[in-house]
Write a protein that binds this ligand. Structure first.
Ligand code: HEC
Length: 195
């Protein structure tokens, strides 16, 4: 091992330790990973900069809003009349169509009895986006994509949309168990004809 003699760091009991620095490429990977980890932490975990999760989340929501707006600008919604929506709320056949759709499509976020889960309680007299049947129709059809209420005006047929509004109106004041606390402004419910 004479060729390494000039590299000997120290010798103990005949065991010699050589000064063998890590090769450059390995050091490059080492420093590279350290710098990458620091940048990754700053951008993703601590949410600095454009690529942060926070910024991506906002950009996603904004994209959804723009896309939904564009769709309904090109395909204008024809809302049913408030009188028809309220009459539906007093018609058990319409309410049943709405309830069946609600359980399949809405219960995951609003709860089986519309008591509220991720989304608000739909049975109380408080509304974030307005509680007239006309406003509820707009909410369900166009959604509030920036707040993660999806738009249903594309996926559901017009009579199903109307039946959902009638169903939601019909369960107003039903007081289901485990209700989410009220959110938004108090709205006096519009009367259902014949009730
Ligand atoms: C992915 C979860 C999700 C699904 C599925 C969903 N919603 Fe929502 N909904 C929300 C959230 C979240 C809000 C609250 C939006 C806000 O805070 O602005 C909301 C709000 C609403 C509102 C307005 C409440 C208010 O106080 O103004 C109505 C009405 C509503 N949803 C009805 C429905 C109906 C009907 C369906 C099924 C066709 C449905 N939602 C499906 C999440 C959902």
């Amino acid at each position: 091992m004479a060729e390494y003699d000039d590299k000997v760091l120290h010798e103990l009991d005949g065991i010699r330790e050589y000064d063998n620095p890590m090769p450059g490429w390995l050091m490059a990977i080492w420093w590279g990973s350290l710098i990458f980890a620091a940048a990754y932490l700053a951008f993703y975990a601590l949410s600095f900069g454009e690529g942060s999760m926070e910024a991506e989340y906002r950009a996603d929501a904004q994209r959804a809003v723009t896309e939904v707006d564009a769709y309904f600008a090109a395909n204008p919604l024809v809302p049913p009349s408030p009188a028809d929506l309220l009459a539906g709320a007093g018609n058990p056949a319409v309410v049943e169509i709405g309830r069946a759709r609600f359980v399949r499509t809405c219960a995951a976020c609003h709860g089986e009895n519309a008591q509220g889960l991720i989304g608000p309680n739909l049975t109380d007299d408080r509304w974030i986006h307005g509680g007239t049947v006309e406003q509820i129709f707009q909410t369900i059809a166009k959604g509030w994509p920036a707040k993660w209420m999806p738009p249903w005006g594309r996926a559901l047929k017009p009579d199903e949309l109307a039946a959902l509004v009638s169903y939601v109106r019909s369960i107003n004041g039903s007081n289901p168990p485990n209700a989410r606390p009220p959110e938004g402004d108090r709205v006096v419910p519009e009367p259902i004809p014949g009730h």
